[in-house]
Design a protein around this ligand. Structure first.
Ligand SMILES: Nc1ncnc2c1ncn2[C@@H]1O[C@H](COP(=O)(O)OP(=O)(O)O)[C@@H](O)[C@H]1O
Ligand SMILES: [Mg+2]
Length: 232
């Protein structure tokens, strides 16, 4: 059974159709990268799956559970974590408060152990105001926070945007190790092709709201096939 099954999903904004009949499935423990130029509907796809946008047609199922019409908090309760493209930290709250708000109380020690396993520097910064972390550190906190919730499916929107290569390498390592330790399934929306090909098992290109092409990252021509869609 797929952990995420999106079937003929169309959605958009106030009557403007953005996603057109998108179908994709992700097996448990699998990482799928969705690539595509700006404005092609990548973020719209994640927002629709998460329940932030109403679906016009089609269905979404999470681990076999019907999720097409659920509100975001109900989708989250099915074990889905979402890392938005726009920074979604409480800037005036501490690192610890940002973690506590995302993780239910009895789980907090386990959550801290997860943070330690992925980004140990954050444990030394628990009292620091999130807004005073660098851009890269804030992205790491966002990633740590969603891993710490123990989500079984993570939807991650352009986590590498604006990051230095060293931070991108670190994120790649954390994502691989989280999958190894917990079998976390992920849908990564990316424009950073080397990162996407390094961490994902399969890729799909979105072009004007439609899936234009898909492949396995193990296929040697993946890079060339994706680039064809990203250039002009
Ligand atoms: N809140 C919104 N209201 C209306 N149109 C939007 C909104 N957000 C995005 N769009 C439009 O939907 C299309 C896809 O956007 P988006 O999903 O953000 O693309 P991507 O993430 O691939 O860059 C674009 O044409 C964009 O202008
Ligand atoms: Mg986007």
């Amino acid at each position: 059974m797929s952990l995420l099954a999106v079937d003929h999903l169309s959605s958009g904004y106030a009557g403007a159709v953005v996603l057109r009949e998108v179908s994709l499935a992700i097996a448990p423990g699998e990482i799928l990268a969705v690539l595509g130029k700006n404005g092609m509907g990548k973020s719209t796809l994640l927002k629709s799956v998460m329940g932030f946008l109403p679906k016009m047609t089609g269905t979404v199922a999470i681990a076999g559970a019907e999720a097409t019409r659920l509100a975001p908090h109900r989708v989250a309760r099915l074990g889905v974590g979402y890392v938005a493209q726009e920074k979604a930290l409480f800037q005036d709250m501490s690192v610890e408060e940002n973690l506590r708000l995302a993780v239910r109380r009895p789980d907090f020690e386990a959550a801290l152990a997860e943070v330690e396993a992925s980004f140990p520097f954050l444990l030394q910064r628990l009292k620091q105001r999130a807004g005073t972390l660098s851009g890269g550190e804030q992205k790491m906190l966002l990633m740590a926070r969603s891993l710490a919730t123990g989500a079984k499916l993570l939807l991650v929107d352009e986590i590498t945007e604006g990051l230095q290569p060293s931070v991108i390498d670190r994120l790649a390592g954390v994502i691989r190790s989280a999958r190894e330790r917990h079998g976390t399934t992920m849908l990564l929306v990316e424009q950073h092709l080397p990162f996407a090909l390094a961490v994902a098992d399969r890729w799909a290109v979105l072009d004007r709201g439609e899936i234009a092409e898909t492949g396995a990252t193990s296929e040697p021509d993946s890079r060339a096939r994706v680039l064809k869609h990203l250039s002009v």
